[in-house]
Structure formats: structure tokens, C-alpha cells
Design a protein around this ligand. Structure first.
Ligand SMILES: [Zn+2]
Length: 408
């Protein structure tokens, strides 16, 4: 059995140990030591990293069968090892994990909400830290109260102690979370505030946790997921958001406290402009349709209109086409290229030519795709040159003439 050195000293970064057994995990060598300061993954806290005789420890896991601590290595090591725990990674995890105990108790006192699960991503800057509370109803006043209380406990710099207790002593403690195991129970105690059964590593005083900041709430059925940051992660989050807010305020040439009004003004301006643009577009479509109707090519009993634009979208072509084919005995073959390819082929209901088939063939010539009904079809694709578009529309005009003569 491995003596777990982190139980009594969570700040022990180097230690000497003896290899007592060897194993293999996913093709990588692993060792079991007589004593270790490495924390294996468990209770929501990710495992430690570091080295044994300068060989990287890539994972630390508890073997289910016998609870042995497996140090998974990038290479083999000798029987005598000097272990070095990555203290920056571990301290971050201790800050976050202790912050979780404080915030969970704060939610019990401020909102009568119990923590049902805890997730701690090991990424020391961006990693998410969440607790799930057993309630879907949390007022913003309750959330602020929990956050205030948690930070008050931090500012009071209360001592934190972890120790194993007997069954009878356990009965006397106001535990927030009942133990899941019935072997020797380890209690993490935040003086006068919280007692939890926990095998994890914690800081020595609450002040080391630093700021505890709730950043996001998410309703999940009957539960609420609370995302938060502690210590350096809170600082990183604050720095990032402050930079972002100050940059946006500077771009909009307003103070950061005026951003909500400034964005409100931009949104209503954009809405008014969209309305004006849509009205101008409608007038332009009507104007273009009238002009095209003047240039109509009479072909016996029907009129044919063909036109190629630059930078009109499919919606625009469709509206112009609808205006044109409202006139009886009319065929309109419209296209646009530039940013993208658009084709709209339409005819009035009184004609019988199948424009869906013609449009598919025309689109295929230009590498586009589309379809529709025999009287109104559309296609889109990547931009082609104006010459390519005009050649294809001319080809389609030829097809319509041929079919009209053949059919008529
Ligand atoms: Zn814990």
C-alpha cells in the first residue's frame, strides 16, 4: 500500500520513495511507490503531474482492484526515485477545490441549495469550474448573497485542516456532505464554517483561495449549474473581460458604463437602416423590372427577357422575376455573379416550357446547383466570370427559342 503523503501535507512538492510494484497502462510503464505526494484523480480533483527521477509523470490513477496509486510514466525509472510534483498545477487545483468547498457551503446558507456534483477542468487559465445545485429556483439576490458570503470567508483567512476521524466523532460533526465510503473518513474542515468528507488537497487558509467569482448560471432541468473562478483563474477572467470591455468602449468612443446605451442605439439605428434599405431595394426592383419589360424581345406569342447582373443576390433576382412574369406570355432568364452565382428562371403561368430542367442544365454548366418548379426555378453556386454567366444565359435563350418553335 502506498502511504499518501499529500493527506498530511498538501504542500509537499518533493519526496524520496521506493518502487514496490510495476505495471503497464495503455502501453506505458507505471510504478507503485511505498510513499507518494502525487494526488491521483478523484473526488472531482484532477490528478497531479510532475517527474520521478526527471521522467515525466503523465497520469496518476487509483487502480480499482486494490486502490494502488499508479504513476504512469513516459519511460521506465529505477527502483529508488526522487519525486517532484508540478506545484503550479497543484496549487491552482487546490485554490479551485477549496473555493468549491467554500462556495458550496455558502449556497447552503444563502439559498438552502445543496451541491450535487462538482467539475474541475485542469486548464489553469481557461478551465471551467462548476457545481450543480439541487434547485432550479435561485434569485439573483440569493446568488449575490452566496458570493458575498464565500468571499467574506476568504477575507477572514480562516484556517483549514484535514484529518481522519472515528465513526463516533463523525456523528458529532455538522457535515455538509455525508461520506461515500465507510472506511476511515477524512474530514476537511474550514474553521467554524464547513465540514466535508473529502480526500482531496486543500490550501492551509481560506485567504489563499483569492477572489471567488460566479461567472455564469445555467438551468439544467431541476438543477442549476453554477460556473465560477477562484484565485488566479478569477484574475485571468477579470483581466480578459476588462480588456475586452475597454476595447469595445474605446472603439465606440464611449465610457464602459455607457456601453449598454451605445449598443442599444446601434441596434435601433441598424433596424431603421435595414428598413430603409429594404424599401429602396423594392423601388429599385420595380424600376429594373419596368426597364427590362421595355427591352422585351417579342417572339410571336411570347416575350423573352434575359439579363445578367453583378452582385445581386438570389432573393433580389426572385423579386424582379416575379414582377416580370406577372405579365402574361413572359419568360425571364436572370443571373448574377460577383460574390456568388445566382440564377433565376421564371415564366408566366400561361406558358408550358419546363424551366426547372433548363435551369439545372444551365447551373451545371457553371458548376452551380439548384431546382424548382417548371415555372419558377433558382440555382446558386460559387462566383463565375461575367462572360461565363452571359454565355450560359445566351445558351438558355437559344434553348427556349428552340423549344418554343418546336412546341409551337
Ligand atoms: Zn472536496
Amino acid at each position: 500500500m502506498t502511504e499518501r503523503l499529500y493527506y498530511s501535507d498538501s504542500y509537499l512538492w518533493t519526496f524520496e520513495a521506493q518502487v514496490i510494484d510495476r505495471a503497464e497502462v495503455n502501453g506505458q510503464p507505471a510504478v507503485i511507490l511505498d510513499r507518494s505526494a502525487f494526488y491521483p484523480e478523484g473526488g472531482g480533483q484532477p490528478s497531479d503531474r510532475g517527474t520521478l527521477n526527471n521522467v515525466n509523470v503523465v497520469d496518476v490513477i487509483t487502480r480499482e482492484a486494490d486502490e494502488a496509486v499508479l504513476h504512469v510514466l513516459s519511460a521506465e525509472v529505477d527502483d529508488r526515485v526522487t519525486g517532484v510534483v508540478d506545484s503550479a498545477r497543484r496549487f491552482d487545483l487546490m485554490q479551485q477545490h477549496t473555493g468549491q468547498h467554500i462556495l458550496s457551503q455558502a449556497f447552503v446558507q444563502a439559498a438552502n441549495a445543496e451541491t450535487v456534483s462538482f467539475h474541475l477542468n485542469p486548464d489553469p487559465l481557461e478551465g471551467a469550474l462548476t457545481i450543480d445545485l439541487n434547485t432550479a429556483q435561485l434569485s439573483s439576490a440569493q446568488i449575490d448573497r452566496a458570493e458575498e458570503l464565500a468571499n467574506a470567508i476568504v477575507f477572514e483567512n480562516r484556517p483549514i485542516a484535514a484529518r481522519f476521524v472515528t465513526e463516533s466523532e463523525l456523528q458529532t460533526l455538522p457535515l455538509r456532505k455525508p461520506p461515500k465510503v465507510d472506511a476511515a473518513i477524512r474530514i476537511v474542515q474550514i474553521e467554524g464554517f464547513d465540514w466535508s468528507a473529502c480526500g482531496g488537497t486543500h490550501v492551509a487558509r481560506t485567504g489563499e483561495v483569492g477572489l471567488i467569482k460566479i461567472v455564469k448560471l445555467e438551468r439544467r432541468g431541476a438543477e442549476t449549474r453554477v460556473e465560477f473562478r477562484c484565485g488566479r483563474r478569477a484574475l485571468h477572467d477579470y483581466r480578459r473581460k476588462n480588456q475586452l470591455i475597454m476595447q469595445i468602449a474605446s472603439d465606440l468612443t464611449v465610457g464602459f458604463w455607457e456601453l449598454d446605451q451605445a449598443i442599444g442605439r446601434m441596434q435601433s439605428d441598424a433596424k431603421a437602416l435595414r428598413k430603409q434599405l429594404s424599401e429602396a431595394d423594392t423601388r429599385l426592383q420595380q424600376y429594373e423590372a419596368r426597364e427590362l419589360l421595355e427591352s422585351i424581345e417579342p417572339r410571336g406569342d411570347y416575350g423573352l427577357i434575359a439579363h445578367a447582373w453583378l452582385n445581386r443576390d438570389t432573393a433580389y433576382l426572385k423579386r424582379v422575376a416575379s414582377l416580370l412574369v406577372a405579365r402574361p406570355n413572359t419568360v425571364a432568364l436572370l443571373g448574377s455573379t460577383g460574390a456568388a452565382l445566382s440564377l433565376v428562371f421564371a415564366r408566366s403561368k400561361d406558358l408550358s416550357i419546363d424551366l426547372a430542367t433548363l435551369l439545372k442544365a444551365a447551373a451545371a454548366q457553371l458548376g452551380g446547383k439548384g431546382g424548382g418548379s417548371p415555372d419558377f426555378a433558382q440555382a446558386g453556386g460559387l462566383a463565375v466570370t461575367e462572360e461565363q454567366l452571359k454565355a450560359t444565359i445566351e445558351w438558355a435563350v437559344g434553348q427556349v427559342k428552340q423549344e418554343a418553335e418546336h412546341g409551337g
